[in-house]
Design a protein around this ligand. Structure first.
Ligand SMILES: *Cc1c(COP(=O)(O)O)cnc(C)c1O
Length: 370
């Protein structure tokens, strides 16, 4: 295909397999809440919500009000939890039945005020057990819970926290966070505040710490088929990436030994060889930091070929050697056969999460049954 565009092909079969595996690992009665923030980790949020709903997922998590409203606009009727506190536009969110996060007195006040005009606010109260990002420790959390309990039109539906190191082979930090969480839950119960949904587990905790499952588990990266760390990869090797990212070859040339390729001429052909240009660059989400990195390889006709010279904004060059590559063929940048987004993230000094969430707007996402 000439003039092709980059494609992110999402395998619905791999998605279903990952869900099945994660469900099998989840302790009843916990249900899955799938985070589809940041455009479903780059996989396309409204489309992923539709497919995940069809696969029986009843809860989604998002990071911003806009992400929550986008899902409702798209007709998603499942529960949606907004992970971050918001201080404006709350009435609209309550009316659209988006569950809100409260993290302190200030965010509780904002919800209580909004609920006067828009009753029916569902609140998940976040407590900080050691992540140090959102929420407060026990005493303040209890005071906020009591404030919410007195607020007309507000239902305290959830109590939750987030782990800082659940992907670490050393369980100490997670165990301490879990203890603190249980203390907060017990204090609320003693105060006569019942909270039906308790939840703590991200992907790593779901896989490595079953005692953290409670009523909801919140696996993000694992649903998409990646691992939070090598430790988690060893525990759940069955998870497979659902996305295959590919882009077309737009030009092929023979170069003689010594020919420089790309900005700065950093790479010279070490011998007479063939170089292909691929229509994918850092503006599309291929890290420029991968220029010259050993993991920077693409798959052409099933064979691994090194990316050579600097990665450009819209293009990158690949030494194809003896592979008879034609213009219009597709190069796989990452996918389940490797390299994976995990490999490339490692090579660029980052993680699969960042690679996925930075995939650009010029990529066409396609949802395929196989
Ligand atoms: C993103 C997120 C998750 C999912 O984390 P993974 O490591 O992708 O499983 C869970 N909970 C909260 C609050 C999050 O923001």
């Amino acid at each position: 295909m000439l003039n092709g565009v980059p494609h992110a092909d999402i395998s619905l079969r791999a998605l279903e397999r990952n869900l099945t595996s994660l469900r099998a690992r989840t302790r009843p009665p916990a249900q899955l809440l799938v985070p589809i923030k940041a455009n479903a980790y780059g996989h396309g949020a409204p489309e992923m919500a539709r497919h995940l709903e069809r696969l029986g997922v009843t809860w989604f998590g998002v990071a911003t009000a806009e992400e929550a409203l986008e899902l409702r606009e798209a007709g998603v009727s499942a529960h949606i939890l907004l992970f971050s506190p918001v201080y404006g536009g709350l009435e609209g969110l309550i009316e659209r039945d988006v569950a809100l996060s409260v993290v302190d007195a200030n965010s509780a006040e904002a919800v209580a005020r909004a609920a006067q005009n828009a009753p029916g606010a569902r609140v998940h109260l976040k407590t900080d057990t050691g992540m140090g990002r959102l929420g407060e420790p026990l005493a303040a959390t209890l005071r906020t819970a009591e404030r919410l309990d007195r607020a007309p039109g507000v239902t305290l539906e959830g109590l939750w926290t987030h782990f800082a190191a659940s992907d670490d082979p050393d369980p100490q930090v997670t165990q301490l966070q879990l203890e603190r969480f249980c203390e907060v839950a017990a204090a609320l119960e003693r105060a006569g505040l019942s909270v039906p949904l308790q939840h703590t587990a991200n992907s790593a905790a779901l896989i490595a710490h079953p005692e953290t499952h409670f009523d909801l588990v919140r696996p993000g990266i694992a649903v998409y088929g990646y691992h939070s760390s090598p430790f988690i990869a060893a525990l759940a090797p069955e998870l497979t990436p659902v996305m295959t990212l590919s882009a077309p070859v737009t030009f092929v040339k023979r170069v003689s030994k010594g020919t420089p390729v790309s900005y700065g001429g950093l790479w010279h052909a070490p011998k007479d060889t063939t170089v292909a240009t691929v229509r994918f660059g850092y503006a599309d989400g291929y890290p420029r930091a991968l220029s010259g990195a050993p993991h920077a390889q693409v798959r052409l006709q099933g064979r691994l070929c090194p990316v050579v010279g600097r990665v450009c904004m819209d293009q990158l060059m690949v030494e194809v050697g003896d592979v008879a590559v034609q213009v219009g063929e597709r190069a796989v940048l990452f996918g389940p056969e490797g390299p994976t987004a995990e490999d490339l993230g490692g090579g660029a000094g980052t993680i699969s999460y960042e690679l996925l969430t930075r995939l650009g707007r010029r990529i066409t996402r396609r949802y395929v049954a196989s």
